[in-house]
Design a protein around this ligand. Structure first.
Ligand SMILES: Cc1ncc(COP(=O)(O)O)c(C=O)c1O
Length: 417
């Protein structure tokens, strides 16, 4: 296999961005974001669809606003994310919260009009005390999950997310105690899920819906796998959604209940819509039997997925003049941390897997693709005191717009006493 392609950046564009904003820098592509949003909005459905952007994937206000304008709603994972979305101008009525930790100010958020999915029996009880005689959703662990790696599987007995499916009688008890109407069933089972398992869970989820007579909405979360590398498969939303829409129709025929469908993609909307633009800072090797290493000015401070999941991201070397020469490299980040590796073996963050790249020289650009989802929002920013990198949006017009400035050292120190 020849070298992987990283997408929309060429040397000239990379050089223009680097000269203006420096490296490392996240670069988002507006037309790719729009394309993905439109594809998500055409997810097959029987009786209506709400697409919620899982904002934890990348939480910059400009991205939230862009998706809001295109008609997407928001899935928030913490009270802070709810407030961040509202500060970006998103109407609370368009925000749904499913979180591991109960926010201290849930009552205030609920009063503003957000939708809430209780993710544990304790959360349901607390919600009942705060807002008795109201409507609420519950997140269920359906007993089966699927993720790209075990760490992104959030269904089944090894996952603490949601209320275990066998505790439906307890959910009903709490709901009765506080006069709550369970109107939404939520069953996100993981990121990078196997489409067959996702479809199986859809059928199981409808079975759960049938046990809650007031439920009018089924939210199946996100999890649609996106191939970042050319050999990885992406989920075809039309293919995965059509049989589920049929199940929802059949359910309506049997029960007379027309269930509204919700999905909450993060990865699907963002993954291949951004890259990290970094620079080659150093090159070294460990002898004839060792490895050749490229040291970049990026790494786990910008993109943590390879270090924690063994996730594969396409990497390319951009040179002013291509030499067409190839070499095998291990690409590493700038942290004083042996785990700061951008080319681990698939799903094995501890193993090195040399990558064939264009022969690199110091000063070349090193572009890490597939960096839209769970990168700027989920990195070890400030480790080794490196500042959080800037984010730019490459607009459809070709204009490069700065959407987050580079953090300063003073900002890193700001809260120290
Ligand atoms: C509740 C919930 N919804 C949606 C998502 C988005 O998942 P993905 O990025 O795989 O689409 C997640 C991710 O962890 C989640 O926890």
């Amino acid at each position: 296999m020849d070298i992987e392609k990283t997408g929309f950046l060429n040397w000239k564009l990379a050089d223009a961005i680097a000269k203006k904003y420096g490296t490392p820098c996240y670069v988002y592509d507006e037309s790719s974001l729009e394309r993905q949003a439109k594809a998500a909005l055409s997810f097959p459905n029987a009786f209506g669809l709400t697409v919620r952007y899982a904002m934890k994937a990348a939480s910059n206000a400009r991205i939230l606003k862009l998706f809001d304008k295109l008609g997407l709603h928001i899935d928030a994972s913490s009270g802070y994310e709810v407030k961040r979305a509202m500060l970006a101008g998103i109407a609370p009525q368009k925000i749904s919260l499913s979180s591991q930790q109960l926010p201290d100010d849930l009552g205030k958020l609920v009063k503003l009009g957000i939708h809430y999915n209780a993710c544990s029996l304790l959360q349901l009880e607390e919600y009942g005390k705060i807002a008795p005689n109201t409507e609420v959703g519950v997140r269920i662990n359906p007993g089966l999950g699927s993720g790209g790696t075990n760490r992104t599987n959030v269904g089944g007995p090894a996952s603490s997310f949601g209320i275990w499916f066998e505790y439906i009688p307890q959910i009903k008890e709490v709901a009765k105690k506080y006069g709550l109407k369970i109107i939404r069933i939520h069953t996100h089972i993981g990121s990078g899920s196997d489409p067959k398992i996702w479809q199986k869970v859809a059928a199981m989820s409808l079975d759960t819906v049938s046990q809650f007579p007031d439920a009018n909405t089924l939210d199946m979360g996100g999890g649609f796998k996106v191939g970042r590398m050319s050999y990885e498969k992406s989920t075809d939303l039309k293919k995965i959604g059509a049989p589920v829409a049929r199940l929802v129709k059949d359910f309506a025929k049997k029960t007379g209940r027309k269930i509204h469908f919700e999905i909450e993609p993060g990865t699907f909307l963002l993954a291949n819509c951004a890259c990290v633009l970094s620079s080659v800072k150093d090159i070294c090797n460990t002898g004839k039997k060792g490895y050749s290493f490229i040291k970049t000015d990026s790494g786990m401070t910008d993109i943590l997925r390879p270090s924690i999941y063994g996730a594969q991201h396409p990497i390319s070397i951009l040179k002013k003049k291509s030499t067409r020469m190839r070499e095998n490299y291990i690409v590493v980040g700038h942290c004083c941390e042996s785990g700061d590796i951008l080319t681990p073996a698939p799903a094995d963050p501890e193993a090195l897997l040399p990558r064939k790249l264009e022969k690199a020289d110091i000063g070349d650009y090193c572009v890490i693709g597939g960096a839209g989802a769970y990168c700027s929002a989920m990195s070890t920013s400030n480790y080794n005191s490196y500042p959080a990198s800037p984010e730019v949006l490459l607009k459809k017009s070709g204009v490069i717009s700065l959407i987050r400035k580079r953090q300063t050292l003073e900002q890193i120190l700001e809260n120290e006493m």
